[in-house]
Design a protein around this ligand. Structure first.
Ligand SMILES: [Zn+2]
Ligand SMILES: [Zn+2]
Length: 114
């Protein structure tokens, strides 16, 4: 009897993962990640990404893991946001940041004008 219980517990652990944001455990098929080793529940990841997108912090639209800055892939944001409410903001923010951080685009333009 004792042996069987231990075995069941082992299987249980494999089928669950721990979300370090809400410190809760979820079935293994509920986790999401930015492609790194950090796994979070969809609710926490959505909340984190929504906050960063609303704050216009593209750098923060990334894995909330400790010392991890793996950018959140577009398909992840899209998957977490079936209504496209934050995904649209994310695409706009990406474009704005890309234009801001791409001085070459402006330089090429002025070179041509001169
Ligand atoms: Zn969570
Ligand atoms: Zn990470």
């Amino acid at each position: 009897m004792e042996k069987d219980r231990t075995r069941d517990k082992g299987i249980q652990v494999i089928k669950e993962f721990y979300c370090s944001i809400c410190t809760d455990t979820y079935p293994i098929d509920r986790w999401v990640s930015c492609g790194c080793d950090h796994r979070f529940c969809a609710d926490c990841m959505t909340g984190h990404l929504t906050t960063k997108i609303n704050e216009s912090q593209l750098e923060g639209v990334a894995c909330p893991g400790y010392r991890c800055s793996r950018p959140a892939p577009h398909h992840l944001v899209k998957k977490l946001d079936p209504d496209n409410t934050i995904y649209e903001g994310y695409v706009t923010l990406s474009l704005k940041t890309w234009i801001r951080d791409a001085p070459d685009v402006h330089n090429v333009g002025s070179t041509k004008l001169n």
